[in-house]
Design a protein around this ligand. Structure first.
Ligand SMILES: [Zn+2]
Length: 143
């Protein structure tokens, strides 16, 4: 009896982990709904089974005025001024995306007035210093 329940719980956990990984590798997960922490070497997503994976963090929801004056958001990959402040910000998204093209929704108050599906974004200058030590994004996210 116990083993059946235990096995079912494990299977559930495995499929949940797989589902979350799929989400991270496609549309991403809102930062405020993800279990995230960061240090100098990365930003980490914690799965329900306790395992972690390095992710990227960027602002996917931007107010029109802010977007007009600040332009494209940067993508963060480790602890920097902006990622530390916005680690649980609901306008930010945790994602794994090697091609560096991202979804961005432009908002006027609560209404989305425009969106970009595959907007090429750059790594934030502060995070890039860390990335350069690893050589490539692939290497960085796997290590
Ligand atoms: Zn950064």
């Amino acid at each position: 009896m116990f083993f059946t329940e235990f096995k079912e719980a494990c299977n559930f956990e495995l499929s949940l982990n797989k589902h979350l990984l799929n989400m991270l590798q496609s549309s991403g997960i809102r930062a405020n709904l993800a279990d995230l922490h960061l240090d100098e070497d990365g930003i980490y997503f914690t799965f329900p089974n306790g395992s972690t994976k390095k992710i990227m963090l960027y602002q996917s929801k931007i107010q029109e005025g802010f977007f007009r004056s600040n332009g494209d958001p940067f993508v963060h990959i480790c602890k920097c001024k902006e990622s530390e402040i916005n680690l649980n910000n609901q306008d930010f998204t945790a994602i794994i995306n090697y091609d560096m093209k991202f979804f961005i929704g432009i908002y006027s108050h609560r209404t989305q007035i425009k969106f970009y599906n595959d907007k090429p974004l750059s790594i934030c200058p502060q995070c890039k210093i860390t990335l350069d030590k690893f050589g490539s994004l692939q290497k960085f996210l796997v290590d």
